[in-house]
Design a protein around this ligand. Structure first.
Ligand SMILES: Cc1cc2nc3c(=O)[nH]c(=O)nc-3n(C[C@H](O)[C@H](O)[C@H](O)COP(=O)(O)O)c2cc1C
Length: 345
């Protein structure tokens, strides 16, 4: 029984309004299962945006099957919608979306569990009919009120409003969570999830106060025991991070945020020296894999949000997710009774 029921938990049938958001190209199959098992909504991430689309779509399908084998609960998949310079959808994005739909078609168990598709990065217009026909709940992640209104007009079911302090790809126009989320919740009528800076029961309560129906977190979940697909040094690095340790670097579709490292400094040098987009992508992918697989956080690159500086422990997801909901509920009811006392007085 959840301490906090919202329009998002009702729509998705999950217990707690806490989502583990996509963190590609890092593998999140086990983490997604742990978050869903804990009553939140876990998300399987894409294995990369460069490479053979058919081969990468097969890898993602394996990750979907792995997550499904680890929990009977609902989970999501995230697919960033990338576009070429001429505006055409990247074949890799299309391959991933079709792989999600095919995985559900091929297996009744996966169809029951894989109920949510989160698109991000570019506008998902071309895919909307396909997603709507598939019966998936469609979440789209945005970084501005204009994008949120456009997504609602398109027919998406839920919007994630993600502020500039978020980890991974952030937005070209820096809108911070505390300003963006109330703007978005005022502007659209679909449920909104706050993303960028959430980490505990207090930040979940704050999200609800801003009109959101839950939170979608990335960085908090890196620092967890259940992030078993990543080298344990990544979780420790998040816990050690202090204020000022994060920085912006050039991403694939927009600026990205990660923790400062020699690998990131070298990426900036390559950018200044005029390396091509393909060279930068290759370097970045290799540096992220070094961080994920070898725990090399010096020459590697670890995307993370500014909230890393406030994360002090390596959590157990089975405890973190329900505790966040219980703490948020307790805090909101304490504030409500304090408000009544003040009004009465
Ligand atoms: C390591 C890492 C990888 C990420 N990769 C993706 C991705 O593939 N697709 C996506 O939509 N967002 C991606 N993000 C953003 C997260 O989904 C989420 O929106 C963000 O982490 C929220 O901010 P927070 O880090 O403050 O919780 C990534 C974030 C991190 C930290």
């Amino acid at each position: 029984m959840s301490a906090l029921s919202t329009r998002f938990t009702e729509l998705t049938g999950i217990e707690h309004p806490v989502v583990q958001d996509g963190m590609g190209p890092f593998k999140t199959a086990k983490l997604a299962a742990a978050v869903s098992e804990a009553g939140g909504l876990g998300t399987v991430s894409i294995p990369g945006m460069s490479g053979d689309p058919a081969a990468l779509a097969r890898v993602m399908r394996e990750h979907i099957e792995e997550t499904s084998s680890l929990t009977p609960k609902p989970f999501a998949v995230n697919v960033p919608v990338g576009r070429a310079e001429d505006g055409q959808i990247l074949p890799i994005s299309e391959a991933y979306i079709r792989a999600v739909i095919e995985a559900r078609r091929a297996d009744a168990g996966i169809e029951r569990q894989l109920t949510v598709l989160t698109t991000s990065a570019g506008f998902p217009g071309e895919f909307r009919p396909l997603i709507a026909d598939s019966g998936l709940i469609h979440i789209h992640k945005v970084g501005s009120t204009r994008q949120a209104i456009k997504a609602e007009h398109l027919g998406v079911d839920v919007v994630i409003a993600s502020g500039y302090e978020m980890g991974g790809h952030t937005h070209a126009v820096p809108m911070h969570t505390f300003v963006l989320v109330p703007n978005v919740t005022e502007a659209v009528s679909v449920p909104v999830l706050l993303s960028g800076g959430a980490r505990d029961g207090r930040t979940l309560a704050a999200a609800l106060c801003l009109g959101a129906a839950g939170v979608a977190m990335g960085t908090r979940f890196i620092a967890s025991e259940d992030n078993a697909d990543w080298h344990p040094a990544t979780a420790r690095r998040i816990v050690e991070a202090g204020e000022g340790d994060d920085t912006i670097f050039p991403g694939v579709y927009s600026p990205a945020r990660g923790l400062k490292s020699a690998g990131l400094a070298h990426l900036m040098d390559l950018t200044r020296q005029g390396a091509t987009a393909a060279e930068l992508l290759e370097y970045k992918d290799a540096a992220m894999i070094r961080a994920e697989e070898e725990g090399d956080l010096d020459s590697g690159i670890l995307p993370a949000g500014q909230v890393a500086c406030g994360i002090r422990d390596i959590a157990r997801v089975a405890q973190l997710v329900p505790t966040m909901a219980a703490e948020a509920a307790a805090l909101l009811s304490r504030l409500a009774s304090a408000g009544q006392a003040t009004t009465a007085g």
